[in-house]
Design a protein around this ligand. Structure first.
Ligand SMILES: [Zn+2]
Length: 565
């Protein structure tokens, strides 16, 4: 649902990109000498994938069948090997679609006298990921666990050893909002990346932490500013949601996961004789300890569900070095989009997803073509991975990263493409999460050869780093690169990029009208493709593995994973 979220407004940040450090070793073929990706080649692929015949490419639909067939045939034509170790071009991704409904409302109380009910959708939005007919919590002790964060690198632990088995956690949204001691009107830049959201701030992290602690229930208190979106967006989570199916049928997850509106949370805390704002303030300190509210929660959900088997499509270009060919660079782009849905004003109900993300798939197909032509061939193997169900919550990429056909400890990098720039050449290129890993240095070097510069994500507080498929790799420790359109368009007024992007966001984003436009100019996307090709090629030939920068939240995971290499 947060698929390929793009910052809607992208004012140029004043800070320049951090100074270059050189991590890209030899051999370093100039970007200009690599085989070219062409605009015509990309456009031809986008035309096919975004045509009405492909029905908007929804997982589990006839559009999936066509897409999988097409991508497979393209890989075969390029002479690429099957990407899966079973000799096929697909990795099956089992998904369950669950539509949850309230069976018994959320009731909170103490004994028989003190009780309060909370209204479905207005006060509380909840679901279960359990592959079962329903789920419930029954007289479960409620504990306020602050931000619900354990972050050793910040010496931060909201739990302080409390046992949450069978209990219901209430947690705050975003990561700990710690005021700067020098200027309390700002956030402390040394903690949790200041205003930028870390993964500890994402709701997915909080539900995962609840599962790790064996909690029965978990509710996040919604607040619009730190969440980055209104409660209506949370309410739109109701309806069918696809999930991956773990071996335990997701029974290891908390029985009930959900959100409380701010108003509902305040009432609940008041019932416990506590002041929400006072506890929230305490939660911004290291000394915070979980607060048992002395209340019990009960609620039940009923599920309607179906299972489907969707597919990632993948191909391999085998490395030319007899040893290094067993190490990998993975390019990814999601092939899925929203399929056929509610009609727009013109009566069009096919969500073609031309930019999102036929364009990214097209770019990778053309990068793959260039890779087959490059001389010398890369030493390490290149995997071209087109994933399913990104729009359902990065599911295809998560499945790949948790069931990898090739060891992640031997996967040097992920390069992800979600929507290309269709508005012409730019002087810059945006990197979501700039400064996260050595891959940025590779990109900076390559961009300099095109006289272009890197630009940080202008809306890092919204956590866009966690909203496309590269994140599935990052989470497992694999350094990942996700670049986005530049903002300074050559030969155009300063606000051209923002204007084009706003037009797209307001009119076409996740709409049936996301179609090829006669005004498209893929010359910028061609230059970006050359950079992505150069970065992957250079990493595939490099003397050492790219690393996360010191202090990065995924660095520890990578170090642990490389120990078992
Ligand atoms: Zn997308």
């Amino acid at each position: 649902m947060f698929a390929c979220s793009k910052p809607a407004d992208a004012p140029p940040p004043s800070a320049a990109a951090p100074a270059a450090t050189t991590a890209a070793p030899a051999p370093k073929m100039p970007v200009a000498s690599l085989p070219k990706v062409t605009a015509d080649g990309m456009l031809a692929q986008i035309k096919v994938l975004s045509s009405d015949e492909y029905e908007g490419r929804a997982p589990g639909s006839p559009g999936e069948e066509k897409t999988v067939q097409y991508l497979t045939s393209q890989f075969e034509k390029l002479g690429l090997k099957p990407g899966n170790t079973d000799g096929s071009y697909v990795q099956k991704v089992p998904l369950v679609g669950i539509t949850g409904a309230e069976a018994k409302p959320l009731i909170v109380g103490r004994g028989n006298t003190l009780r309060a009910g909370f209204k479905w959708k207005n006060d509380v939005v909840a679901w279960t990921k359990h592959v079962a007919d329903g789920a419930q919590i029954d007289n479960s002790d409620i504990v306020f666990a602050g931000y619900g964060v354990v972050a050793p690198e910040y010496n931060w632990d909201d739990f302080k050893g409390i046992d949450l088995k069978g209990k219901t956690m209430i947690v705050l949204v975003n990561d700990p909002q710690i005021p700067d001691p020098a200027d309390p009107s700002k956030l402390d830049s040394r903690m949790f990346n200041g205003t930028a959201m870390t993964y500890y701030g994402r709701w997915t992290y909080k539900y995962e932490e609840a599962a790790r602690r064996g909690a029965a229930g978990v509710f996040i208190v919604h607040e619009e500013k730190p969440a980055g979106y209104p409660f209506s967006v949370v309410q739109s989570f109701l309806g069918e949601r696809f999930s991956l199916v773990a071996k335990d049928n997701n029974m290891g997850r908390a029985s009930i996961e959900g959100w409380l509106s701010l108003d509902a949370a305040k009432r609940l805390f008041k019932l416990a004789g506590q002041d929400f704002d006072a506890l929230k303030k305490q939660a911004t300190t290291r000394e915070f300890k979980p607060v048992t509210l002395g209340l019990k929660a009960s609620m039940a959900l009923r599920n309607t569900r179906r299972t489907i088997e969707s597919r990632n499509v993948l191909a391999k270009l085998e490395g030319s070095d007899p040893v290094l060919k067993n190490e990998y660079v993975v390019y990814s782009a999601h092939w899925d989009h929203y399929g056929i849905g509610a009609p727009d004003k013109k009566g069009d109900k096919i969500y073609n997803g031309a930019l999102d993300n036929a364009s990214g798939v097209a770019q990778i197909l053309e990068i793959a073509r260039a890779f087959t032509q490059v001389q010398p061939q890369p030493k390490r193997s290149i995997i071209f991975l087109m994933v399913t169900a990104e729009e359902q919550g990065l599911l295809g990429s998560e499945y790949y990263a948790t069931n990898p056909p090739y060891p992640l400890a031997k996967t040097l990098a992920n390069i992800n493409i979600d929507e290309v720039n269709p508005w012409g050449r730019t002087k810059d290129i945006t990197v979501i999460g700039l400064g996260a890993s050595d891959l940025d240095d590779y990109l900076r070097d390559a961009a300099a050869e095109q006289s272009r510069t890197l630009r940080p994500d202008p809306e890092s507080e919204k956590g866009f780093y966690y909203r496309s498929d590269h994140f599935s790799f990052a989470k497992q420790g694999v350094p990942a690169l996700y670049a986005d359109d530049g903002v300074e368009f050559i030969g155009q007024p300063a606000d051209y990029g923002k204007q084009k992007r706003d037009e797209y966001t307001n009119n076409d984003y996740h709409q049936p009208s996301d179609e090829i436009k006669p005004t498209w100019d893929l010359s910028g996307a061609v230059e970006d493709a050359a950079l992505m090709l150069a970065v992957g090629y250079r990493v595939a030939n490099a003397d050492k593995y790219p690393e996360w920068k010191p202090g990065n939240e995924f660095r520890a995971k990578r170090e642990e994973s490389l120990k078992n290499r």
